[in-house]
Design a protein around this ligand. Structure first.
Ligand code: S3P
Length: 433
């Protein structure tokens, strides 16, 4: 599907965004192995989290909706040994989080399963989970010499390991943690930099023993069932990122984003926008379900270039395409380094971001592990393609809102992976002039 985006005369209004995708996946998976009912509201509406729910249902978990309460799911966990062998192949769709977290869980189950995904997911690296899960004792096979999905998993009794993650990846960390909960002995994970910590936070809240000591995590296997947790999922800061940037780079903007998750392992975008001189502030800061939340008010800003590298990268990895767009409107050079992981996302985001923003007039160059943007290079509009990557589709749409000529985005439907109502929100903001 093609979308054509015109210049917005203003970007004004208030937004309630879909629930955080990372937290929604985890709330669904962890409550499925707890004992009791959990009601999760503002559950992510994205296709990725639907993939997680359908995998869990195929393992025998009862998951239902609630009448007159959209985006609410009830998960009925029957305890840590209640999952059943699926009768068919599990489908993780486009979702790396589904495939990697579910694989960790499946590695510890006394049955056989196969998990696959769409073309993009079948090309993404899986050795990073196969290696540690195999060290723990699971039998996992995959295509291309055990590196790509579909994966076949024969789980069973696992042993704890000490494992140094080669990349700072919350998906890999969480996959190992899930397996470690069921192992016969303790597991230690060493992270090169701290990645999002929703798994540790939520599992600890549910009764698991996970201790952090700087970049080391010690996980004790669970002796008792986890407690189910009702929660209201905060708005996804990775979805908020499009509007934070749209408002910062548009000359007539003021937006309020409600109930947004501001977990410090996810707020790299706020730190970078602040370094770039963006005008925003947080109000109503509070904690819900162990996660910090705030409303964010953001308005038109004069941005300057910045440098983004090192430990900052895992804190904003999904926001880099839209940060690159912000850099096109900033005075001076922006350098993004140490972000080679971008090449292993839904698309090779270094290539796709540079090629698509270049088509719109950006002065942007790809590096092996990042990008250089020489700003300001205000964009003019043009014909682009999402490369079936949701984050790119939405970045290009925001580019269209600030470009004088029309911007066409081919394969725009892919935004539904994380933010199905994105196009409605965009239209609403454009109309509210
Ligand atoms: C996620 C972790 C990140 C992120 C992805 C969601 C998660 O991936 O890019 O969108 O929910 O754990 P990596 O852990 O592979 O960096």
């Amino acid at each position: 599907m093609k979308k054509t985006i015109s210049f917005s005369r203003a970007v004004k209004g208030e937004l309630s965004l879909p629930g955080d995708k990372s937290i929604s996946h985890r709330a669904a998976i962890f409550n499925s192995i707890a004992r009791g009912k959990a009601t999760i509201s503002n559950f992510s509406t994205g296709e990725d989290c639907k993939s997680t729910l359908s995998c869990l249902k195929a393992l025998g978990v009862k998951i239902t909706g609630v009448k007159n309460m959209p985006n609410t799911v009830v998960i009925e966990g029957k305890g840590r040994s209640a999952l059943r062998e699926p009768s068919d192949i599990l489908d993780a769709g486009n979702s790396g989080t589904t495939m990697r977290l579910m694989s960790g869980l499946l590695a510890a189950q006394p049955f056989f399963s196969v998990i696959t995904g769409d073309e993009s997911l079948r090309s993404r690296p899986m050795k990073r989970i196969i290696e540690p899960l195999s060290l723990m004792g699971a039998e996992i096979r995959g295509r291309n010499n055990d590196t790509l999905a579909p994966l076949s998993i024969k789980g069973g009794m696992l042993r704890g390991i000490e494992y140094r993650l080669p990349v700072a990846s919350a998906q890999v960390k969480s996959s190992i943690i899930l397996a470690a909960l069921f192992a016969g002995s303790a597991t230690k994970i060493l992270e090169p930099a701290v990645s999002r910590d929703h798994t540790e936070q939520l599992l600890s809240y549910m009764g698991a023993q996970i201790k952090r000591n700087n970049n080391a995590l010690d996980i004790t296997p669970i002796a008792n069932d986890l407690k189910p947790i009702d929660m209201n999922v905060p708005a996804d800061i990775s979805s908020a990122a499009y509007w934070l940037v749209a408002a910062s780079i548009h000359p007539m903007a003021e937006l309020k984003i409600l109930n947004c998750g501001i977990n410090p392992t996810r707020t790299g975008i706020l730190d970078v926008l602040s370094n770039m001189g963006a005008k925003f502030y947080l109000i109503n800061q509070r904690i819900e379900g162990g996660e910090p939340i705030a409303d964010i008010v953001v308005s038109s800003s004069n941005l300057k270039g910045t440098r983004i590298e090192g430990d900052m990268i895992p804190r904003l990895i999904d926001e880099i395409p839209v940060i690159a767009l912000a850099a096109c409107f900033a005075r001076g050079t922006t350098i993004i380094k140490d972000a080679g992981e971008l090449r292993a996302k839904e698309s090779d985001r270094i290539e796709t971001t540079t090629s698509e923003l270049s088509k719109l007039g950006a002065n942007i160059e790809a590096l092996p592990d990042g990008m250089i943007i020489n700003g300001p290079c205000p964009l003019k509009g043009g014909i682009t393609n999402s490369h079936f990557d949701h984050r790119l589709a939405m970045t290009l749409a925001v580019a269209g809102m600030v470009s004088p000529n029309k911007t066409v985005i081919d394969n725009s439907q892919v935004a539904e992976v994380s933010y199905p109502s994105f196009w409605e929100d965009l239209t609403r903001l454009q109309k509210a002039v």
